[in-house]
Structures are given as C-alpha cells and as structure tokens.
Design a protein around this ligand. Structure first.
Ligand SMILES: NC(=O)c1ccc[n+]([C@@H]2O[C@H](COP(=O)([O-])OP(=O)(O)OC[C@H]3O[C@@H](n4cnc5c(N)ncnc54)[C@H](OP(=O)(O)O)[C@@H]3O)[C@@H](O)[C@H]2O)c1
Length: 288
C-alpha cells in the first residue's frame, strides 16, 4: 500500500512539474488581464514571440493548459484579494479587460482598476499598460457624449480608471484605440494625443502597440490614441513613442452633458417660446 502511495505521489509531482512552466529569474514576467478576450488572445500570441515569461489572467481557467513560458492564473478585478495573489512577482501588467455579460463599466473598468492599482503597488509592479478607448479624454466629442448617454457612462468610467492609473505613481502607458475592426498589420498606425480624432484599428494592431510599450522608454507615462492610417508606412509607429508628450490626455469625460450640448438648444427653445407668445399677443391685440 505504502509502495502504491509513493508511486501516486511521484506521479502527481511529475504532472505538476509538467503543467507548471519553469520561469527564468532574469526574464520579465508580464501579467495579462483580459488574456481570454478578443484583444487579449493577440496579446498572448504576440508576447510568445518575445523573450518574456507570461502570466495570463482569467476568471475561467478550468481546463486551460499552461505551456512553455505561459501560465494561466485566476484573477477577478472586482476581488482585490485575488489580484494580490495573482500579481506576485509580476513585473509588467497589461490590461485589456472589458465589462461583459451583465457587469458594468463602473464595476469592471473603474472599481476594477482601483483594485489593479492597489494590488500592483503592493506587488511593486514596474509598469501598468492599460487599454482604454478613444473618447475617454474627449468629454466634448459627440461620440463620447452619446456613449455616456446610451452605454452606462462607459467613457466616464474609462476616464476615471485612466486617472487612477495616472495618479498611482506607478509608471504607466495608456493606449486609447479607435473602433476595433480591420485587417491587421496592413496599414500604418497613427498616434495622437488630446483625444481629437476618430478612426478604426484592428485588435492585433492594438496588441502590438501595447506590447511595444514594454520595450520603449518613450512610452512611459504617456496617454495616446491609436488608429489606422493608410498614408503611413506599416511599421513607422514603432519609432513614434519618443515624440509623445507627458501630461497630454485631453478633457476627462465626467459623464455630465457638456454645456454646449444643452445651452444652445435651451436658448433656441426659449427664443421659440418667446416668438410664439409674441405672435399670440399680437393676434389678441388685433382681435380687440
Ligand atoms: N469595441 C470597440 O470598438 C472598442 C474600442 C476601443 C476600446 N475598446 C475597449 O477595449 C477593451 C478590450 O475589448 P475586447 O473586445 O478585446 O474585450 P473582450 O473580448 O470583451 O474581453 C474582455 C476581457 O475582460 C475580462 N474580464 C471581464 N471582467 C473581468 C473581471 N471582473 N476580472 C478579470 N477579467 C475580466 C474577460 O476575461 P474572463 O471572462 O476570462 O475573466 C475578457 O478576457 C474593452 O475595455 C473595450 O471597452 C473597445
């Protein structure tokens, strides 16, 4: 019986060793939140081409196998305890999380980011790279106003999440993509700041920018928008990080309706009411 239990123990150890990749102490350990998502899968694929160890986070890790240099670990951004465990020894966090299936942007993007920052501080993470969205710094943009009105104030919560990261004291890179569609690696990528443009970009291209931000010093502490631009050479963006400025993030979308969106219609309404009443008064005077 003792012989059998020793054999079972040895077999279990072999299984464990097989499924747990051995990470090198001198390689960067990159933790990816949202690794199972539509952008996250490209982040993982592209990180595998780099000389780094990868820890992929998800709330659904049952049945997913680890592989060389990649391990899957449970993490729920709404539960700070899970992040405290998950972020142990992680050097860089890339976040491509997004609220889905009944969760709100407030819970996942905003309160989730508060937890990410708190846990990253505890674990001495060296950089947070955050996938946000065009519009988070465009409080006056019509698209931002509509998204805030119709989609649970998404831009407000993304904007406040960005602020939490910018004010964390942890080196950061905040990437704001345009609409996520298109043919990957087929067009140049335009960087912009101040949230003044609209456009499209494929998820694979966004993943490439997020990953390059690990390796470019010029990406540190910058917030910028990315869209495809067919007038630019496909790979030219890789040298554009240095030209980005610090502290350029536009006007944070507060979720309130900007003054110009209600003031002008209100003035027009008052003018119409005034004209109608004046006309009625004239008619009354004539009929007397
Ligand atoms: N759609 C657009 O045009 C557009 C444009 C600009 C920016 N964006 C933004 O880009 C981001 C990524 O978009 P996507 O379409 O690639 O995402 P997606 O496919 O919807 O994936 C979302 C990811 O978030 C993770 N997640 C959700 N709640 C979580 C939680 N509580 N804890 C941990 N992980 C959680 C999910 O992981 P698990 O379920 O495995 O845990 C999943 O991997 C989103 O924030 C989105 O708003 C979208």
């Amino acid at each position: 019986m003792k012989k059998y239990s020793t054999f079972i123990l040895l077999f279990a150890c072999m299984l464990f060793i097989k499924s747990s990749p051995v990470f090198s102490a001198d390689k960067l350990l990159v933790g990816v939140l949202g690794a199972s998502g539509r952008t996250g899968v490209h982040i993982i694929d592209q990180l595998k081409q780099r000389d780094v160890d990868i820890r992929a986070f998800s709330r659904r890790i049952e049945g997913i196998d680890d592989s060389a240099s990649l391990s899957w670990v449970f993490a729920d951004v709404t539960d700070e305890e899970s992040l405290n465990e998950a972020f142990k020894d992680v050097d860089i966090i890339i976040s491509a999380i997004g609220a889905a299936g009944g969760d709100t942007s407030e819970t996942v993007d905003y309160y989730g980011t508060i937890n990410i920052v708190a846990s990253a501080k505890k674990n001495k993470v060296k950089q947070i790279i955050y996938m946000s969205s065009i519009g988070a710094g465009g409080a006056e943009n019509i698209s931002t106003v509509i998204l805030n009105l119709l989609a649970d104030k998404t831009m407000k919560w993304k904007a406040l999440a960005e602020d939490e990261i910018r004010n964390s004291g942890i080196p950061f890179t905040i990437v704001r993509p345009g609409g996520l569609v298109g043919e990957p690696f087929s067009q140049g990528i335009k960087f912009s700041q101040g949230d003044k443009l609209l456009g499209w970009i494929p998820r694979e291209d966004v993943a490439a920018v997020l990953i390059e931000s690990i390796f470019k010093d010029g990406a540190k502490n910058k917030t910028f928008e990315v869209i495809n631009d067919d007038s630019l050479p496909v790979d030219a963006w890789r040298n554009e990080f240095d030209s980005l400025e610090l502290n350029q993030f536009g006007v944070i979308a507060s979720g309130e309706l900007p003054t110009r969106y209600w003031l002008m219609p209100l003035l027009v309404l008052i003018a119409i009411i005034y004209l109608i009443r004046r006309r009625r008064a004239r008619k009354l005077n004539h009929s007397l």
